[in-house]
Design a protein around this ligand. Structure first.
Ligand code: GLU
Length: 426
């Protein structure tokens, strides 16, 4: 299997996420018969802030970083979406991710619009002090946009609860009192919610369970490949293995591993916790990224980054079901091929919505200063994501469209309804 060992989890050829997001929107707009003015409005982002800011490094030199915070649409409420720290972050990527947040919040019925932000940086190259300094300076640079009533950031790739705590603290210092509801995904000790860290992976697991139930197929014994072993991939792999599924392939930034008899996810989980490369675990053959995406599995979970399944590799994908843990992992060209080949794609905006759902719960708890028990969070997450997913499946059957088209149709209709009911100001 060790062909084409392109170490690192990612297919590095850069695709334009914004083109994909706009194409997906246009196809929903066609289906819904949306007029040109609203299309023009929703294919742009309402507010876009680019900042360039200096950070003093440990060696006394100064580096300048570029960051973004972008609001796509706020018709349904304050805007919501993560902050990504990754070297490839750029304006178009953040725009696409902000658009996807609008649809994601709408499809699962959260009272939010969509936003996204990020800094073009590899956080692994920074010391802890440098990371804190960069985070606090970036939070200050975007502080005119964020706030619990208007824009609530959260973790995404390369950011974590500690970084959210620094942002909360920075914003609170500016205001002179603690404002815990300004970000979600915080540690529980400073206003975070029980269950937030595992929420995206857990939501994904619930959606997979529902998909298998609808197909009358038990999860037990099904084979799975997971691209990415971060906050999403590692959690869903663990739940799937716990339910008796066989995770036979995995990749993360350090490389990929394959074992036809199933990988020991609990052992790999401790490798991840100790920040050791998965390939050191000696659990199977090393595989490359393209090997992983093309494994003959029942379920493929791309849980890394956008643009992984494209027109140039979709023909070789052998999975029966693809469940999108990442945002935008499948391009429209790949979607068309999967549809033709009868491969079911459960789209990102519903499949990975567990994270923002529990972010919403966290924000509600912060605003009320009243905190819920873990099982209450979990029960509500399960109910919310399942209900939303059932509505998407029903729409897809009713209109004879793919799950992505159905999810987008449901979401876009809700946003357009909010725009129309509010009216165009003034
Ligand atoms: N970054 C996550 C996402 O893409 C979570 C966003 C949030 O919780 O606001 O859905």
């Amino acid at each position: 299997m060790a062909t084409n060992v392109d170490y690192g989890a990612l297919n590095l050829e850069k695709t334009n996420a914004l083109e994909s997001a706009i194409a997906q929107f246009n196809s929903a707009a066609d289906h819904l018969g949306i007029d040109q003015g609203i299309r023009d409005y929703l294919t742009k982002c309402k507010r876009e802030l680019t900042v360039h800011f200096p950070v003093r490094k440990d060696d006394g030199t100064t580096d300048v970083y570029t960051g973004y915070r972008i609001h796509h649409n706020e018709a349904r409420g304050p805007v919501k979406g993560g902050l990504r720290f990754h070297p490839d972050v750029d304006l178009d990527e953040v725009r696409a991710l902000a658009m996807w947040m609008t649809w994601k919040c709408a499809v699962v019925n959260l009272p939010y619009g969509g936003a996204k932000g990020g800094v073009a940086v590899d956080p692994k190259t920074l010391s802890l002090r440098e990371l804190e300094t960069l985070t606090r300076r970036f939070a200050t640079e975007i502080s005119s946009l964020i706030g619990p009533a208007k824009d609530v950031p959260a973790p995404d790739m390369g950011t974590n609860p500690q970084i959210m705590a620094w942002i909360m603290d920075t914003y609170s210092m500016h205001h002179g009192y603690t404002v815990s509801g300004v970000v979600t995904g915080k540690p529980v000790s400073v206003g975070g919610s029980m269950g937030r860290e595992e929420a995206t992976g857990k939501g994904l697991f619930y959606v997979i369970q529902d998909t298998m139930k609808a197909r009358n197929t038990p999860l037990e014994g099904r084979t799975v490949a997971v691209q990415g072993f971060g906050n999403v991939g590692s959690v869903v792999a663990r739940y799937l293995a716990g339910a008796g599924a066989k995770v036979i392939g995995l990749t993360d930034v350090s490389g990929g591993i394959y074992n036809a008899n199933g990988l020991d996810i609990e052992a790999l989980w401790s490798y991840k916790k100790d920040r050791r490369p998965l390939t050191d675990a000696n659990q199977g053959d090393e595989i490359g990224n393209s090997d992983l995406l093309e494994l003959p599995v029942d379920i493929l979970v791309p849980a890394a980054i956008e643009g992984q399944l494209r027109g140039d590799n979709a023909d070789r994908v052998q999975a029966k079901i693809i469940v999108e843990g990442a945002n935008g992992p499948t391009t429209p060209a790949a979607d068309a091929i999967f549809n033709e080949r009868g491969i079911l794609v459960v789209p990102d905006i519903i499949a990975n919505a567990g994270g923002v759902i529990v972010s919403y719960f966290e924000w509600v708890q912060d605003l009320q200063s009243f905190f819920w028990e873990h099982n209450e969070v979990d029960t509500k997450l399960h109910r919310l994501i399942t209900t939303a997913y059932e509505a998407v499946v029903a729409r897809s059957l009713q209109d004879k469209i793919t799950l992505r088209e159905a999810a987008m149709a449901v979401a876009v209709a809700k946003v357009v309804e909010a725009i129309n009911i509010r009216g165009i100001y003034p």
